[in-house]
Design a protein around this ligand. Structure first.
Ligand code: DP6
Length: 333
């Protein structure tokens, strides 16, 4: 019998992956920050069995939906020895269900790390960069953004003209020391399941009037974001964060089948954030993923003033806030 347990973080995209090509490859390079508090913990047990079988316990309860999804996922991984094996997966998130935080990135990353270790244990057992690259490319097959969650700190995914950056797996990016403890306070404005999944949203980019312009813009934002993260330019990072968030939602609103995921309180909170920035000169910026919840990004040196602002001005517009920070990445338990 083989058994292992990994935790993996959720991540917030600074440059958004939005649109796919080929077998789960990104139409443009993306860049994200891994979180510290919002993580998935997954245990994998592999035992001999009559036939390939998958059993999933999510929050200690059997999940039929996940069992089917992960059966197909594990089967799709090349080179993995699955014949006559039972894969028992026991998984849970540190962030409560209904926070609007997608668990697919952390969930698929934690599982991919377990599977990559199972695969390696047949030959070697070292957790070197090749191990994490393999785990990243397997996580990608489950959910694109998950490939960036097998590392801590900042990570890129997608070709961008640099030889060490690939469409197949994510690559860590070293950044200016002032960003090592960058904060992300997640303002949960709405916790309902969204009406259009990200996977469907990516599909809309295939026949989108503005897709070519978006992919060009993302590429330009990507190289500017890399430079700003390396030089410590928070104003530039923040400007790009907000542009990316609004372009992403602009794409949704102008899709062949248009849709809106923003809520009135999302816009109200955005106005308050921008007013706060002008009045206090504190570089507080927002970003969004494919949902209505605001990710508030700021330097840790401004924590006390920003948390007070969130508590008094923004929380009345929201269900709750989760204060998170740039994280160290996955951990083998
Ligand atoms: C807006 O990775 O969830 O969060 O590959 O179909 O599973 P699939 O999509 P997913 O898309 C993430 C979209 C995003 C931007 C990002 O994380 O880069």
């Amino acid at each position: 019998m083989f058994t292992t347990t990994w935790t993996a973080p959720s991540n917030i995209a600074f440059i958004k992956y939005w649109g796919k090509k080929g077998p789960q490859l990104p139409a443009n390079p993306s860049l994200s920050m891994s979180l510290q508090e919002c993580v998935t913990k997954t245990q994998l047990e592999v035992t001999e069995h009559d036939e390939f079988t998958v059993e999933v316990l999510f929050n200690e309860k059997p999940s039929e939906v996940l069992t089917k999804k992960l059966f197909d996922y594990i089967k799709s991984i090349p080179d993995l020895d699955i014949s006559k094996k039972k894969f028992k997966i026991t998984t849970s998130n540190t962030f409560p269900h209904g926070t609007g935080i997608a668990s697919s990135a952390s969930g698929m990353a934690a599982l991919a790390l377990c599977l990559a270790e199972y695969h390696k244990s047949l030959s070697a057992s070292e957790f070197d960069i090749e191990f994490f690259k393999e785990a990243s490319s397997w996580a990608r097959l489950g959910s694109g953004s998950a490939c960036r969650s097998v590392f801590g700190g900042f990570n890129t995914w997608g070709e961008c003209g640099e030889s060490d950056r690939s469409d197949l797996f994510a690559t860590p990016l070293s950044v200016h020391p002032s960003f090592k403890k960058l904060k992300d306070s997640i303002l949960v404005i709405d916790d309902q399941e969204k009406k259009v999944s990200s996977t469907a949203g990516h599909g809309e980019m295939k026949n989108h009037l503005f897709s070519a312009a978006r992919f060009e813009s993302a590429k330009k934002h990507f190289s500017r974001m890399v430079s700003a993260l390396k030089s410590g330019d928070m104003e530039e990072v923040g400007t790009l964060l907000e542009k990316e968030a609004l372009e992403l939602h602009g794409m949704m609103m102008t899709s062949p089948h248009p849709y809106i995921l923003l809520k009135p309180n999302t816009l109200a909170a955005i106005e308050l954030v921008q007013d706060f920035r002008i009045q206090t000169k504190i570089p507080l910026f927002f970003t969004l993923d494919a949902g209505p919840n605001l990710h508030l990004i700021y330097l840790d040196t401004h924590t006390s003033k920003v948390e007070t602002f969130i508590q008094h001005e923004l929380l009345p517009l929201a269900k709750k806030v989760i204060h998170d920070v740039c994280g160290e990445g996955p951990r083998k338990c």
